[in-house]
Design a protein. Structure first.
Length: 215
């Protein structure tokens, strides 16, 4: 069976990670979140993680060759499964070319791009209150989607953490990078007709229902 290829795109804080975890388990897709993979490498202090950290802490994109290595290994390991869901990749037009080349090698193509649209003003409030589970990567918001028990993950019961890059200055930089480098990719996908735009400024369940209806 041919793998299906889905991409989740949108500004930082749009809710990609929140939705990606549900979508992947519902459709039994392999989830490839470059942000999660990079943070895992940072946590383990691998060579890749140490290099990536200096870019991530500043809110800049990590060099594409580092991301490419991670992605390629992941695709190779999981080829033949139901499908892939990419969260946070591709991030610019060059990464899109890289992905197309990699998919071509496996005779695959992008099926659909889901674009979660959220305004910059909403993003600051979301990201300054975000917490993540360091173990399962589940995403919480201390007001909109709080854990049941203080600051513990509902599933893993380990202490939630604040991401190193969820600081006002770094959030500003990440938004700048998004508008400069990722927005042109959204425009490009719009021309290809493969993109579905979803209003991300609604309750997570409503966003989820619309995404699923479009998968
Ligand atoms: P991204 O992966 O796009 O950066 P996240 O999924 O990590 O975004 O979500 C960013 C923050 O916003 C988290 O704290 C999350 O709990 C919260 N969030 C996600 N979706 C919604 C939503 N629809 N409404 C309100 N808050 C949301
Ligand atoms: P995210 O978890 O998607 O919000 O990404 C967090 C940070 O990881 C970004 O600000 C970048 O520094 C880095 N990152 C994640 N994905 C990529 C990517 N595809 N290309 C380059 N850098 C990335």
């Amino acid at each position: 069976m041919k793998n299906r290829i889905f991409i989740l795109i949108g500004p930082p804080g749009a809710g990609k990670g929140t939705q990606a975890k549900n979508m992947a388990s519902l459709k039994d897709f392999v989830l490839i979140s470059t942000g999660d993979l990079l943070r895992e490498n940072v946590g383990k202090k691998t060579e890749l993680g140490n290099t990536a950290k200096s870019y991530m802490d500043k809110g800049e994109l990590v060099p594409t060759d580092l991301v490419a290595r991670m992605i390629k290994a992941n695709i190779e390991q999981n080829i033949g499964k139901n499908g892939f869901l990419f969260d946070g990749f591709p991030r610019d037009l060059a990464q899109n070319t890289l992905l197309s080349d990699m998919l071509e090698e496996f005779n695959l193509d992008i099926d659909k791009v889901i674009y979660i649209d959220v305004k910059d003003e909403v993003i600051f409030e979301r990201l300054t209150n975000r917490r993540i589970c360091p173990k399962c990567k589940r995403v919480y918001h201390m007001r909109y989607n709080p854990p049941k028990n203080d600051e513990l993950c509902d599933d893993c019961k380990v202490s939630l953490i604040v991401r190193d890059d969820d600081k006002i200055d770094v959030i500003k930089k990440r938004l700048e990078v998004y508008h400069k480098l990722t927005q042109p990719l959204v425009d490009y996908y719009e021309e290809s007709g493969k993109i579905t735009k979803i209003n991300g400024e609604r309750a997570p369940k409503e966003v989820e229902a619309e995404i699923i209806a479009n998968m």
